[in-house]
Design a protein around this ligand. Structure first.
Ligand SMILES: NC(=O)c1ccc[n+]([C@@H]2O[C@H](COP(=O)([O-])OP(=O)(O)OC[C@H]3O[C@@H](n4cnc5c(N)ncnc54)[C@H](OP(=O)(O)O)[C@@H]3O)[C@@H](O)[C@H]2O)c1
Length: 259
């Protein structure tokens, strides 16, 4: 576990709001990054594949982002979060929003589940968001103080599997349930100071990540990325006086309790 120091903060250095978006090169994070770019946000975009990330940076600039930074790191590595925060702090001085979408799922029954796969999911799905929020708290506070009408927001992509049991997704679900608890805890500790968090828990969303279930869950029955993006934008539009700790997005045609 890292003991990296908190990223330094100073008053925001850009008049636009700024966001860190993880998992920004594909799927939900990519959709959120381009939507924020179109709204004129400044962005720090994070994923592992530098080429794909560079292409997203170009798309974000083309869509209207005021300024864009890219950090190609594996967020499962404990030092990666401080690299992201330092890059963002140097460029923008504060962080108005963290949209934490980088994640991984590995489906198998609990019986005989490989511990390494457990560790990988918790490192990326749970520890990385914890480190970004914990070590980035000064940056969130700086934004909340500078723009009290907006506050500072954390939107963490959890999952239906983190809220309701899904056979084969127990470990993935546990890593996401922990994320739900972190968002609740952040609200309990910081919402009075303008920092609020939401765990967004959708059923299957039509992205690369869900392609493995196409034989049983057709992509046209999945939640579109655009709907998740719309939900994130609505959360970011809220005043800091409202707290939404979690949102469950169910797929139409299901009981509402299954991915
Ligand atoms: N799709 C679904 O059905 C669904 C449903 C509920 C919740 N979610 C959650 O929503 C989030 C986004 O999912 P998605 O469907 O958009 O996934 P996706 O299409 O697989 O995209 C994942 C993104 O995260 C990046 N990423 C993956 N591993 C990373 C790592 N170790 N370090 C840094 N970046 C990494 C990927 O880029 P690189 O590969 O280049 O790193 C990519 O940009 C995830 O947290 C997922 O658990 C998804």
């Amino acid at each position: 576990m890292t003991d990296a120091p908190a990223a330094p903060s100073r008053p925001p250095t850009t008049s636009s709001r700024s966001a860190i978006v993880t998992g920004a090169s594909r799927g939900i994070g990519h959709g959120v990054a381009l939507a924020l770019a179109a709204r004129g946000w400044s962005l720090t975009l994070v994923a592992r594949d530098g080429d794909r990330l560079a292409a997203t940076v170009d798309e974000a600039r083309g869509a209207g982002a005021v300024a864009v930074r890219a950090v190609a790191v594996d967020l499962a590595e404990p030092e990666a979060s401080s690299t992201v925060l330092e890059t963002h702090a140097t460029a923008f001085g504060a962080v108005d929003a963290m949209v934490l979408a980088a994640g991984v799922g590995s489906a198998a029954p609990l019986a005989g589940y490989p511990p390494r796969r457990f560790d990988k999911q918790f490192a990326l799905n749970t520890r990385a968001p914890f480190l970004l929020v914990s070590q980035g708290m000064a940056l969130l506070r700086a934004a909340a103080e500078a723009r009290p009408a907006h506050g500072a927001k954390v939107v963490a992509l959890a999952s239906m599997g983190g809220v309701y049991a899904e056979p084969g997704l127990s470990v993935y679900g546990a890593s996401k349930a922990a994320l739900v608890a972190l968002c609740r805890g952040l609200n309990a500790e910081e919402s009075g100071s303008g920092i609020t968090a939401t765990a967004l828990a959708p059923g299957y969303v039509d992205t690369d990540m869900s392609a493995w279930v196409h034989d049983t869950v057709p992509p046209e029955s999945m939640i579109p990325v655009a709907d998740v993006v719309t939900t994130v934008l609505a959360l970011l539009d809220l005043s800091p006086r409202s707290v939404v700790s979690e949102i469950v997005l169910s797929r139409a045609g299901t009981t509402g309790y299954t991915a």
